[in-house]
Design a protein around this ligand. Structure first.
Ligand SMILES: Cc1cc2nc3c(=O)[nH]c(=O)nc-3n(C[C@H](O)[C@H](O)[C@H](O)COP(=O)(O)OP(=O)(O)OC[C@H]3O[C@@H](n4cnc5c(N)ncnc54)[C@H](O)[C@@H]3O)c2cc1C
Length: 374
């Protein structure tokens, strides 16, 4: 086994593999360390929604870059990416429709939909009170259970890339102009190291994480049986219209927040972002709620799952049967959507610190590689 490389990547999530891809494309020899036997982190626990349309500012730039990277790597690695009609927001109140109309005035990729068009995209049924919606034209959608694992499998077939599964990063020290990396399966020598361990940054670099205000965010998620209808887009609902930058920047979103505060404190108390997407086998991924803490309790609240299920059933106008439940975890902090920090000479950490790493992680990785690591 070759124990030398140009870039050693810690973590085989979307951010780590994004670095591996960028380095491989520059002809570098890459070793990826992944402590688990397969990918089980945030990168397979999510919705697979590349929500580029509703980002704002720097995140919008990163998301549009990542969108191109998804389309390009999809062709090379045989990953299925849905692009047409991949995102939709549903409006069930005047204030929600106002948020969408305001956004449509400034963003060409947002196309307003009638209530009938929304119901059609929801598979032919829907809540009686749907008043309209919007197609989010820059969005993409991938199947989260298979996409990042497929990216890893493809990278492993390429010259110059090795992924070492069930191999944990334990630390590193500078030796001359290289870095000696200690792993649970022996040492590796690398020119540069990038630590892409998502929320585990707080374990590997506790001071850096604490100084940046990084916490863990726990999300309640479910997978349903096939509801018997085809739903093409990833679907966002009311509380999503408060969460993502481009929605939150609208004046109408303040009216929406006031109404939800008065009428639906339960949705805000659980910090919900109620959305759903359909997997290739028909099952719907539904979620989610957000709970911030330094360490997350392993005990999940059944009331939160019930709330999420009820809301999605109402939007869809159909009962749902739950097949799986799980907790997703990502790193979060009060301000700053990502953290790139030098941990030691030659060792850089790169973590997404908000819930949209599938949306912009590939571009963040490519930029970090070209500015800090190449
Ligand atoms: C429920 C949920 C829903 C989401 N939905 C979306 C969405 O629809 N769209 C979107 O854009 N984003 C979404 N996100 C966010 C997105 O999934 C994350 O931002 C992204 O996956 C983070 O990728 P990552 O590579 O940084 O972390 P991870 O995927 O968690 O990967 C980190 C890897 O590091 C490994 N690791 C940790 N410590 C070590 C060590 N010492 N040695 C070796 N390996 C180690 C871990 O095993 C893990 O595999 C969601 C997140 C969650 C939790």
């Amino acid at each position: 086994m070759n124990n030398e490389c140009d870039l050693l990547v810690v973590g085989a999530g979307v951010v780590g593999l994004g670095h591996a891809l960028a380095a491989m494309d520059q002809g570098q020899r890459v070793i990826v360390l992944e402590r688990d036997h397969r990918i089980v982190g945030a990168s397979v626990r999510n919705f697979g929604h590349v929500g580029a349309t509703v980002q704002s500012g720097e995140l919008r730039e990163l998301a549009l870059g990542a969108r191109e990277r998804w389309l390009s790597v999809a062709g090379r690695a045989g990953i299925e990416v849905r692009r047409s009609g991949a995102g939709m927001a549903v409006a069930r109140h005047r204030d929600e429709a106002d948020v969408l109309s305001e956004l449509a005035q400034t963003r060409d990729s947002v196309r307003l939909l009638t209530a009938a068009e929304v119901v059609d995209r929801l598979g032919g049924a829907g809540a009686d009170d749907i008043v309209g919606g919007a197609e989010l034209g820059d969005d993409l959608r991938v199947d989260p259970r298979t996409t990042v694992p497929r990216l890893a499998a493809w990278l492993e077939t390429r010259d110059g890339v090795q992924i070492r599964w069930n191999t944990a990063y334990l630390g590193a020290e500078e030796v001359g102009d290289a870095v000696r990396v200690r792993t649970s399966r022996g040492d590796v020598r690398a020119r540069r190291v990038v630590v892409c361990v998502g929320h585990d940054l707080d374990l590997l670099a506790p001071t850096v994480a604490a100084d940046a205000g990084v916490q863990r965010c726990g999300l309640s998620m479910m997978l349903t049986d096939d509801p018997g209808c085809r739903i093409d887009p990833a679907v966002l609902t009311a509380t999503s219209l408060l969460r993502y930058g481009a929605f939150a920047d609208t004046a109408a979103s303040h009216v929406l927040r006031e109404r939800l505060t008065a009428q639906r404190p339960d949705l805000l108390a659980a910090d919900t972002n109620i959305m759903f997407t359909q997997r290739p086998d028909g099952g719907l991924l539904i979620g989610d709620s957000h709970l911030l803490d330094d360490s997350l309790d392993p005990f999940l609240d059944e009331g939160t799952f019930a709330l999420l299920q009820r809301e999605v059933e109402t939007v869809l106008g159909r009962p749902l049967t739950i097949r799986q439940r799980w907790q997703g975890i990502y790193a979060a902090r009060p301000s700053g959507a990502f953290l790139v920090a030098e941990l030691a000479p030659g060792v850089t950490a790169c973590s997404v610190t908000t819930g949209v790493g599938m949306t912009f992680g590939l571009e963040l990785a490519a930029r970090t590689f070209s500015t800090v690591l190449s």
